[in-house]
Design a protein. Structure first.
Length: 384
């Protein structure tokens, strides 16, 4: 049958165009829906992630035997591959005081991007205003609650899964406190600033001691503390060649400590300490050199027996001191296997007399200890 000329098609052109537009709209919606869904999911994950990380960190702290700890908050910076732990503290479960052993105000843990160019994935850690307070009574050994080296190592590895290459401490504090002493003993260092670089030996891989460490602090009695040296921490027993000094600390600031343990106090004077330490393949060689300068012992408020004891100590101090320099000093040699390091009594005693009658020890780092000295000690022990 012939089709009429004026007969309209079953589906109009406008209808077809409308259907095509609807199809395009649906495709556009699908095209944007997928990335928008992914973006929304990432936002949800980003919001939830700090809480997940916080719970994870708290879980790691809770697993250290005999200790408890907590963090207040976690901030993430995905762009630079970092997370910031705010207000972390840790203390003994059975501690009598409420003074945390570790109290970290802010810990920034991040990927060290510069090391990526050397083909290493390592991290850097910055501790801002950390406090390490050793309360003597709290930290007494307890078989049921003492965490060993492996427990601490595992906790550190869990918190910083990427090996630490750079470490920085800003305005820290360390202290030894004995609460039951009368008066309370508080030996502390404040304004602790430390930089340790290349700990994982990312650069200078051919050097025996590739890592640098430098630190300063202010001690009790306003003494100036300084630490510097080089290390190799990649080894199981680290090699190192370091020196440290404590200068011009007021001796009177030590009175609580010296009264408690030696029954003496200082009326005036300065305390200084110098040391060099070298370690090679587990063998150590070094010295400690304490120096008291311009000190006086007898205090006005001491009772008769205190004056008697201080006079006795003062008598030997008079005999053993160098009168020209007005110093009482000795040098304590330290050497041997790290499992059995101890000071030597007779050299120490002889050095007391050497300072008194021969020549005064100078208030400086001697520069007499080198890394090679520890290496020679290692060689001689191996020959045995």
């Amino acid at each position: 049958m012939a089709k009429r000329k004026n007969e309209q098609p079953i589906v109009s052109k406008s209808r077809i165009l409308g259907l095509m537009n609807k199809k395009r709209i649906r495709l556009k919606k699908k095209r944007y829906a997928i990335p928008l869904s992914i973006l929304a999911l990432l936002i949800v994950i980003r919001i939830a992630l700090p809480y997940v990380v916080k719970n994870y960190v708290n879980g790691v702290l809770a697993e250290i035997p005999g200790y408890y700890g907590q963090v207040d908050d976690i901030d993430l910076n995905l762009f630079r591959g970092a997370y910031v732990i705010k207000k972390l503290y840790l203390n003994k479960v059975d501690a009598g005081s409420e003074v945390p052993l570790i109290n970290l105000e802010k810990t920034d843990i991040s990927v060290q991007w510069k090391a990526l160019f050397d083909g290493k994935i390592v991290s850097e850690v910055i501790l801002t205003r950390p406090q390490f307070i050793y309360v003597f009574e709290d930290q007494q050994k307890s078989e049921s609650s003492e965490a060993d080296y492996d427990d601490w190592t595992k906790a550190l590895t869990d918190l910083v899964p990427i090996e630490i290459n750079n470490l920085e401490i800003i305005d820290g504090k360390v202290a030894f406190v004995e609460l039951t002493a009368d008066p309370t003993i508080d030996l502390n260092m404040s304004k602790v600033n430390l930089n340790a670089t290349n700990l994982r030996n990312v650069v200078d891989t051919e050097q025996k001691l590739p890592s640098d460490v430098y630190g300063t602090a202010v001690s009790i009695g306003n003494g100036n503390f300084k630490l510097e040296g080089k290390m190799n921490l990649v080894k199981q027993i680290p090699d190192m060649d370091v020196s440290f000094s404590l200068e011009n600390a007021s001796a009177t600031a030590l009175n609580d400590f010296t009264n408690h343990y030696a029954g003496i106090d200082f009326q005036e004077g300065n305390f200084n300490l110098y040391s060099e330490i070298a370690i090679a393949d587990g063998f150590l060689k070094g010295y400690l050199k304490p120096i008291l300068k311009d000190t006086k012992l007898l205090g006005k408020d001491d009772n008769f027996f205190e004056k008697l004891w201080e006079g006795f100590v003062g008598f030997f101090k008079f005999i053993l001191k160098n009168h020209k320099e007005n110093t009482l000093a000795t040098e304590i040699p330290i050497e041997g296997d790290l499992n059995n390091v101890q000071g030597k009594f007779w050299p120490t005693l002889l050095n007391v007399f050497k300072n008194a009658w021969i020549t005064a020890y100078k208030g400086t780092i001697d520069g007499t200890i080198e890394f090679q000295d520890a290496e020679k000690l290692d060689d001689s022990e191996n020959k045995k």
